[in-house]
Design a protein around this ligand. Structure first.
Ligand code: PRX
Length: 659
């Protein structure tokens, strides 16, 4: 465990308050549904009521919670099918013509997909997967851009009881191979590529490389995306193994029954970075997960039947799983889904989308907001954003300045901002304001939701009533992770061993005099770059896998736009020359090993690294160096001179500093 985040003081003085706007309160579903009164009972009763109200069960549950630390079972004797909840039940209820997704490709092509059409597409692809030998419990790797076939694949898996493992399209062949290997995926669903900033970003070559490195993939299904919209790159297809999606779908039947699944059957795996080099396969199950994501989506965003909702995340991360796919579909909501980047063809693409579709609820990340701030208020000012009613933020702490900018320039000072705190592991939102109900403070996620018990504790595990410490969760919650794939020990050690009986979050947080929670950032060796979790150890091991590197230490340094930026201190071997091109090659090497998102922004070469006497790298000191702060106590260093030397080099800009 490392030190407290240094930025905790930055938030101490923020005391502006924004009471709930009267018009939002007047139509608040939270108030109409009497959630405050329901929340007064036990959390088990509360969640059971939500599970009955929001989820359709094949066989109703009679048991609510079985809790043997660290194993929780929610609604264990109930059965359901998640795809049936997201699609078929709405079609049966006469909502087949309602739009599920207004999808927009980056080049400007669009698709409007109704619930009935999505149900049929999913049923067909479920039959395709069955035809390829996929059955209940089998793992399917998914490596796709932000196209409708991504939710289709996930829901097709859910329909037949298979388990999807979606790998973000920005990850490299290596990272994909590791994830395929870890859970022995049988089929891989990918695409030729997707559009990013006007270019075809190909996926198939990386998918091929990954499949060659692994031994379990029997079939690869390839969606034709870039090839169907103007890119003429030839895509190689391996006979017998690779199949075009459109060929397989051509004569697939829309007749495919939904498997009856237990509430605790596995729905999906999603890999996330931890404090070691190996990512963890976070396990999510069906009944509790669907209950909590549906509940939080309905009330945190105050979703009304005619709303147009847009979560501008990527489905490759948990935000997209829960709040682009499962929750909005379970709630029968109409979503916008967008393929590309916010600056193509112009820096007003987001605002253009909001105006054209009349988006009422926007959910995005602080990094995006800070980028929009940089681009200037003239971009949103070009568009009519008056349809917006609620604004959401997720993935990293939102600094008060970005909050105020969002509030003023996007929300027109009338939209409540919901700063939602949660994690891949929590599955759904845990701490958040409620629009029309909660008085907000810029930068605070405010209060835990009903049925969620969080506490801040000090090093020794004593509850902190007011002030800073470690965030913990004291009671199980329905959408919590059920384990780490193939590694129960790691599940226990990472989350449950530090404070027995409590879930250790890994975030530093503060509770102020009014009882508001402020989540400050990670307290472990995990960086948060643009809202993406990246392990320092994973980047370090990628660096040392280059034969010219003797040792490497990686830290996340504060960055005005991306929250944190990756800075690597590298000791090259022997007489390797410290050149800029070496730095460039190492950055490229990390991109190949993990993905471009993990590429260090800055590499600083050094003869040695600051270590404790027991040999542990002192990342706190390196962070100080990287951020140009004064050095604290260096006396535990084996060689205090090392740090001075590193600082001198950092001040020189280091041999390699790249954007
Ligand atoms: O450090 C917290 C930060 O993001 C981490 C979770 O990352 P990930 O599993 O990738 O999920 C991101 C999307 C839910 C947390 O441990 N984080 C997330 N939301 C917030 C946040 N930090 C502060 N405020 C938030 N609203």
């Amino acid at each position: 465990m490392s030190d407290q985040p240094a930025t905790i003081e930055d938030y101490l003085d923020e005391n502006r308050k924004f009471p709930p706007p009267a018009d939002v309160a007047a139509r608040s579903l939270w108030i109409q549904d009497g959630i405050d009164a329901l929340a007064e009972g036990s959390s088990e009763e509360f969640w059971a009521a939500q599970a009955r109200a929001l989820v359709t069960w094949r066989k109703p549950f009679t048991e609510v919670l079985d809790w043997q630390v660290p194993n929780a079972k929610w609604f264990a004797d109930g059965t359901l099918n998640v795809a049936e909840n997201c699609l078929d039940r709405h079609v049966t209820a006469g909502m087949g013509d309602k739009v599920a997704y207004h999808w927009e490709g980056e080049p400007g092509d669009t698709r409007t997909i109704t619930y009935a059409e999505l149900r049929d597409e999913v049923a067909k692809f479920a039959n395709v997967l069955k035809g390829l030998g996929v059955g209940r419990g089998d793992r399917v790797a998914v490596y796709l851009p932000m196209i409708p076939e991504l939710p289709v694949t996930m829901l097709a898996c859910a329909r037949i009881g298979a388990v999807h493992s979606v790998v973000f399209g920005g990850f490299s062949a290596n990272a994909l191979a590791d994830r395929i290997d870890d859970s022995d995926c049988k089929v891989l669903v990918t695409a030729d590529g997707g559009w990013r900033r006007g270019k075809a970003a190909l996926l198939k070559p990386a998918a091929d490389e990954a499949v060659e490195r692994t031994s379990t993939i029997e079939h690869v299904v390839v969606v034709r995306r870039t090839g169907a919209s103007g890119d003429d790159t030839e895509i190689s297809m391996t006979a017998g193994r690779d199949h075009w999606y459109h060929d397989l779908m051509a004569d697939a039947s829309t007749d495919c029954a939904c498997e009856e699944m237990g509430a605790e059957d596995l729905l999906y795996l999603l890999y996330t970075s931890g404090t070691t080099a190996k990512p963890k396969g976070v396990m999510h199950t069906t009944g509790g997960y669907l209950t909590q994501v549906a509940f939080t989506h309905r009330y945190v965003f105050d979703i009304h039947p005619d709303d147009i909702y847009w979560c501008a995340a990527d489905v490759g991360w948990v935000t997209g799983h829960s709040y682009i796919v499962y929750a909005p579909l379970a709630n029968g909501c109409t979503s916008v889904m967008y393929e590309g980047t916010p600056d193509h063809p112009g820096k007003d693409r987001f605002w253009d989308i909001i105006e054209r579709y009349g988006v009422n609820v926007l959910y995005t990340a602080p990094t995006a907001i800070r980028t929009f701030m940089k681009w200037g208020i003239e971009e949103p000012a070009k568009h009519d954003l008056s349809s917006l009613r609620v604004l959401g933020s997720v993935g990293e702490p939102i600094n008060p300045e970005a909050w105020m900018w969002y509030h003023t320039n996007i929300g027109g000072e009338r939209c409540p901002i919901v700063d939602t705190w949660w994690q891949t592991e929590t599955g759904g939102i845990m701490v958040s304001p409620i629009p029309g109900v909660t008085t907000t403070k810029p930068g605070s996620a405010t209060f835990p939701l009903p049925g969620i018990s969080v506490e801040i504790v000090d090093e020794a595990g004593n509850k902190v009533e007011r002030g800073g410490g470690y965030l913990t969760i004291t009671e199980p919650w329905p959408s919590m992770l059920r384990g780490v794939w193939g590694d129960p020990e790691r599940f226990f050690d990472t989350y449950w061993s530090r404070y027995p009986g409590r879930y250790f979050v890994g975030d530093g947080a503060k509770i102020d005099d009014d009882g508001y929670y402020w989540v400050i950032g990670r307290v472990d060796d995990v960086m948060n770059v643009s809202g993406h979790r990246i392990s320092t150890t994973e980047v370090e091991s990628a660096l040392v896998s280059d034969p010219r590197v003797a040792e490497a230490a990686v830290v996340g340094a504060t960055d005005a736009t991306t929250g944190q930026a990756i800075v690597a201190f590298v000791t090259p071997k022997g007489d390797t020359e410290w050149t800029e091109s070496l730095g460039e090659e190492l950055r490229r090497h990390v991109a190949d090993e993990i993905g471009k998102i993990s590429r260090p922004k800055t590499i600083i070469f050094t003869d040695d690294l600051p270590k404790t006497r027991s040999g542990k790298i002192m990342r706190r000191l390196l962070r100080d160096v990287a951020e140009g702060r004064d050095l604290g106590d260096t006396t535990t260093l084996a060689d205090p001179g090392v740090v001075e030397e590193i600082r001198r080099r950092a001040e020189d800009g280091g041999p390699t500093t790249a954007e």
